[in-house]
Design a protein around this ligand. Sequence first.
Ligand SMILES: NC(=O)c1ccc[n+]([C@@H]2O[C@H](COP(=O)([O-])OP(=O)(O)OC[C@H]3O[C@@H](n4cnc5c(N)ncnc54)[C@H](O)[C@@H]3O)[C@@H](O)[C@H]2O)c1
Length: 330
Amino acid sequence: MRSIEGMRVLVTGGAGFIGSHIVNDLVLNGAIVTVYDLPGSLKNVRKQFAGKEVRMISGDIRDRGRLDSACRDQDLISHQAAFLGTSLTDSKLVCDVNIQGSVEVFSAAADAGIPRVIYASSETVYGQAITTPQPETHPTNPLHPYGVSKLAVEKLAQVYSAHNGTLMTGLRYSNVYGPGEWFGRVLTVFLKRAREGKPPVLWGGDQIRDFIYVTDVAQLHSLCAAREKLPWDILNVSTGTRTTIRELGLMISDMFELDPPMVENVGMGQVSSESEGRMRGRVECKEMVLDNSRAKSLGWNPQVSLKEGIMMQYNWLKENPDAWNNPGIS
Ligand SMILES: NC(=O)c1ccc[n+]([C@@H]2O[C@H](COP(=O)([O-])OP(=O)(O)OC[C@H]3O[C@@H](n4cnc5c(N)ncnc54)[C@H](O)[C@@H]3O)[C@@H](O)[C@H]2O)c1
């Protein structure tokens, strides 16, 4: 296996939640990292990762001129930038940023002669599970435009690879959590309530998810970067562990000595009165557990248990009490 010591890596979306952990892990392993992200996001990001100064370029992935100059002299692009809106009203921006933006990234990489791209895909490409845990060969039937955009990116990556020989690796992340997560998803809502001494609110609670701690994701990313070639172009990044939202709620009640979770009768597309005024999606994925055998066969194993990870995220929230004052997407 080659080392990533001295490897020059451009990380799009490197100021975001997962991107900044990826940057940190790459720097820890000796890579020379450049972050490429929107000006608004760069304003809030620290400039030092793992004790080292990291170069920051403010730019939009759809701005080809800016991207071309950022791509100069890079060995690898880690493409994490995306717009994560999941409602139908987000469709246009989702397609524009995620599909058009990825086309710009892939073609800029090809034109600059960058041999390798690792890009973020998502569990949402699968849609409703037919079997679980879902292997990478499971049928793909996304439920939202966002999932469609991620599937389109995978297909585009395959086409660019076939035409240009760029080695493309798509990482299908399951439900990533940890310090720096944006507010809006179930665990963040539970943790915000926990800080206020309130118990979790369940909308049924039977939904099954696969939570993976963000540093485990970053470690797998570095391991992939260190490989000359992988046996597959798509990998699930997950724990493969089933957790119902009820179990998650019970765990949080227990960990933070709260009342037991309460159940609120919120139908699909209805707004909750208890839970931060959030709207329950009109279409909901019932079960999402990803088979991580491919990733494990590379010698990777997720290290952080759900309980440990929740505690670390909670402690981060305590130290950054304003982090979720401007709620993002739901
Ligand atoms: N968080 C998860 O659980 C999860 C699960 C599956 C896949 N993913 C994927 O992982 C990647 C990172 O997600 P995240 O959770 O860290 O989200 P995030 O919103 O924290 O990070 C995305 C970053 O992309 C940047 N960005 C958005 N539009 C851009 C543009 N036009 N040009 C340049 N930069 C732009 C944002 O400013 C942000 O810093 C995304 O590709 C996402 O689709 C995330």
